[in-house]
Design a protein around this ligand. Structure first.
Ligand code: MN
Length: 200
């Protein structure tokens, strides 16, 4: 069964002024759509056609480069849209907040280290907060790889992921990736991140 692109869980202008409307339209409607279309093309008629996205991701490196890149693109973007929410701008609470303090010292230190992980990713990729061997860890991946893949350097269960490809921020922030990564905290869906943490 072919994969399809789900609508955004909010309107294209919902994350203004932190993420602009045109970026969201192109990012979801063109980039994410292309990952879905190219994943379907790569799978058509192959032995992997009936697999779930999670199964494809787990073996992405072993299957093929098109499945790794486009399956990763589909999984990562779906996860990213669900990680964001307009008008939140809050901080984590409860067990997640305690685990962040324990792992990184404080929420502010976590934000600094997470942003450094994103800025430090050369070229295109993602920065992640993952549960790795029972602990919260910041990691990053190149291109459309993610921590669930067989090829990941640091494997774990993602609880937050931020896209640091230029297409995610260039229209508004141009070359200033650190500014984008500073603004993103205004639109993180901490309830969603906390739910993933408790399930991990
Ligand atoms: Mn992207």
């Amino acid at each position: 069964m072919a994969f399809t692109l789900a609508p955004l869980p909010y309107s294209h202008d919902a994350l203004e002024p932190y993420i602009d409307t045109l970026t969201m339209q192109i990012h979801h409607g063109k980039h994410h759509q292309a990952y879905v279309d190219n994943l379907n093309k790569a799978l058509a008629g192959s032995e992997h056609e009936s697999k779930t996205l999670e199964q494809l991701i787990a073996h992405a490196g072993a299957i093929s480069a098109p499945v790794r890149n486009n399956g990763g693109g589909h999984w990562n973007h779906t996860f990213f849209w669900e990680s964001l929410l307009p008008g939140v701008g809050s901080a984590p609470s409860g067990k997640l907040a305690a685990a962040i303090d324990q792992a990184f010292g404080s929420f502010d230190e976590f934000k600094t280290k997470f942003a450094a992980g994103g800025v430090g990713r050369f070229g295109s990729g993602w920065v992640w907060l993952i549960v790795h061997e029972g602990k919260l860890v910041i990691s990053s991946t190149p291109n459309q790889d993610n921590p669930l893949m067989d090829v990941a350097e640091v494997k774990g269960t993602p609880v937050l992921g931020v896209d640091v490809w230029e297409h995610a921020y260039y229209l508004k922030y141009q070359n200033k990736r650190p500014d984008y990564l500073a603004a993103i905290w205004n639109v993180i869906n901490w309830d969603k991140v906390a739910k993933r943490f408790e399930e991990a």
